[in-house]
Design a protein around this ligand. Structure first.
Ligand SMILES: [Mg+2]
Length: 199
């Protein structure tokens, strides 16, 4: 690969639409809910206990995801879990660099009650974007590159957007998938994007 330093304005760089997932990619969802859970139930859960996509209710001590979401939703004394999630180290810096040459498009799935907390959160962290899609059908949002960690989303992207660059953010809850490229750092993402954009 050529020089992948994040400089802007090179005429040989194609401007790409980068579809960026939030939870598990930019926002540390598991740390966020675990912290709130420990605070409210007095336990000592840790985020690395979540190692399967469907393993979350069990770790949290709920019967199913419906019970989990009922707890995680806004209450009269606090907002939903999506209001105060930490960002992974380096994520926003990388997105700010990427934005110099590309369009950063947020493509995220959220419960209906989390929409306003999500917009508040995006604003609070000064997320470098002007385009946000909150949808269950991420493949309907046209992008050149997608970054996601959900095994279900990745499979749908491969099926419907298989001609695009689909970056699988490696997490314990997803596995190798044909048609995707594994990334495990923002440096990986920046390299992959530069590789596609350099013409
Ligand atoms: Mg995700």
């Amino acid at each position: 690969m050529h020089d992948s330093s994040p400089t802007s304005g090179q005429p040989s760089t194609r401007r790409l639409r980068l579809g960026i997932d939030l939870d598990g990619v930019v926002a540390d969802f598991n740390q966020g809910w675990v912290d709130l859970h420990n605070q409210e139930f007095g336990g000592s859960l840790s985020p690395d206990q979540v190692d399967r996509w469907d393993g979350l209710p069990e770790v949290a001590g709920f019967a199913d995801m419906r019970e989990f979401w009922a707890w995680a939703s806004p209450k009269s004394h606090r907002p939903s879990i999506f209001r105060h999630l930490a960002t992974y180290p380096g994520a926003l810096d990388a997105l700010r660099r990427l934005r110099r040459s590309h369009d950063v498009v947020v493509v995220t799935t959220k419960p209906h009650w989390a929409v306003h907390d999500t917009f508040a959160w995006l604003s609070e962290v000064r997320f470098p974007t002007t385009e946000v899609h909150i949808t269950d059908d991420k493949e309907t949002v046209e992008c050149d590159v997608y970054v996601d960690d959900s095994p279900h989303v990745l499979a749908r992207l491969v099926a419907d957007r298989g001609d695009r660059l689909i970056l699988r953010w490696v997490r314990p809850w997803n596995t190798e998938l044909a048609g995707t490229l594994a990334v495990s750092s923002w440096a990986d993402v920046e390299r992959a994007v530069a590789g596609l954009a350099d013409v």
